[in-house]
Design a protein around this ligand. Structure first.
Ligand code: NAD
Length: 356
């Protein structure tokens, strides 16, 4: 029970189900647009081409150049293509990289966004945009960044590779973990995050056995929506800062980095706010939230150590220095020594709770 809270209200329209890709045109027209540019990565270009063909006259074509971390050079090219195409809105079909490109175009042109997410990364419900320029990633929040409409189509996730299914789910759970202790949390975000934990706990083991299990896919995508919504309406802390440090300065894979760090950042902050992280141990089982997430990660074959994702032990001092350079809000003070210990444990893949 929370005695005091402010809830800003949800602004993004959501369509969720199976076969909902067929509703893109209806949703585009609902926003008052008659020409859209379809966005994707090169990898998902054939899906984008198919969608563009289905959209017929309202499609202004496909830009399939989205890449991880939204480099500004790609955005500049995409904005030129968007302006030349006569489109007034974008349809972003893909994971966080494609959603990020759509947000970057929207911020520069005022385009509306219809987003069709195909991973669990959770960018679609947020007002957050991370962009890379000159090798540095900066993040900003603005109401102009938040997509107008999100269409979740379970069918598009049936082919999500198992490894990305696992790490993307851990990426989503990381949003929930930090939302539990965010100072601007509300009963809506807390309830959604609790529901998301149950959804992922039940769905991911089933998807490892049977990746095309539509019911389990639906459950996982529902969890992703919950976590994305929480991420979009509260502030993040240490976990996202560390993930950002490794992704931005060491070029580690986005979802895998979140997956490795999550048990360690959870254990670190659990010391300060054990009661707020109680839902995690209650859902996944065990005496501690950090330990419970490590056990879950191991059971689903998620990467467990920073060395598994290409970090060298000699990188850890630099990572700790970058992550502690600027002050930011976190339930437990962020100090160089304890953060270095956290990174050592994460590099070795030691189960949290066993920290010496
Ligand atoms: P991604 O979008 O880069 O996707 C990874 C790869 O998987 C891509 O090649 C993609 O085309 C492919 N893929 C996606 N869905 C697929 C599917 N269903 N089937 C087969 N292949 C598929 O990775 P991601 O983890 O979704 O997103 C990571 C990016 O999103 C990062 O840049 C991160 O910073 C950003 N992000 C931003 C926010 C935010 O709120 N701003 C939130 C979460 C993530």
């Amino acid at each position: 029970m929370m005695d005091n809270f402010t809830f800003p209200g949800l602004t993004t329209r959501v369509v969720f189900g199976s076969g909902t890709l067929a509703r893109v045109e209806e949703e585009v027209r609902r926003l008052g647009h008659e020409k859209v540019l379809v966005l994707s990565t090169e990898h998902q270009k054939s899906d984008a081409d198919r969608l563009s063909a289905t959209l017929g006259a309202i499609s202004a074509g496909v830009f399939a150049g989205a890449v991880m971390h939204t480099p500004v050079e790609v955005t500049q090219t995409a904005v030129e293509v968007f302006r030349a195409s006569g489109a007034t809105a974008v349809v972003s079909l893909g994971g966080g990289s494609t959603v990020g490109l759509g947000k970057a175009i929207a911020l520069r042109t005022g385009a509306d966004q219809v987003v069709v997410p195909t991973t669990y990364a959770g960018s679609e419900m947020t007002d957050i945009l991370g962009e890379t320029a000159g090798g540095e990633k900066t993040t900003r929040r603005s109401p102009d960044i938040r997509p107008e409409t999100v269409i979740y189509d379970v069918d598009l996730t049936l082919g999500l590779p198992v490894r990305l299914t696992v790490t993307s789910a851990m990426n989503a759970i990381a949003h929930a973990m930090e939302a539990f202790y965010a100072p601007d949390r509300s009963p809506v975000t807390v309830l959604m995050c609790k529901d998301a934990l149950v959804a992922f706990r039940d769905a991911i083991p089933r998807l490892i056995e049977s990746p095309q299990d539509r019911a389990a896919r639906s459950q996982a995508l529902y969890g992703a929506w919950c976590c994305s919504t929480a991420l979009g309406y509260v502030s993040m802390a240490l976990h996202h800062k560390l993930a950002h440090t490794f992704g931005g300065s060491f070029n580690t894979p986005h979802a895998g980095t979140h997956a490795v760090l999550l048990p360690y950042t959870t254990a670190f902050n659990e010391v300060a706010v054990p009661e707020l992280l109680l839902p995690i141990a209650e859902t996944f089982g065990g005496n501690s939230a950090g330990g419970a997430l490590w056990d879950f990660a191991r059971s689903i074959g998620s990467p467990l150590s920073l060395k598994d994702i290409g970090i060298r032990e000699t990188d850890l001092d630099r990572a700790a220095a970058i992550a502690t350079k600027n002050a930011y809000s976190n339930p437990r003070p962020v100090e160089a020594g304890p953060i270095r210990e956290l990174l050592q444990a994460a590099w070795e893949g030691r189960r949290p709770g066993d920290l010496s």
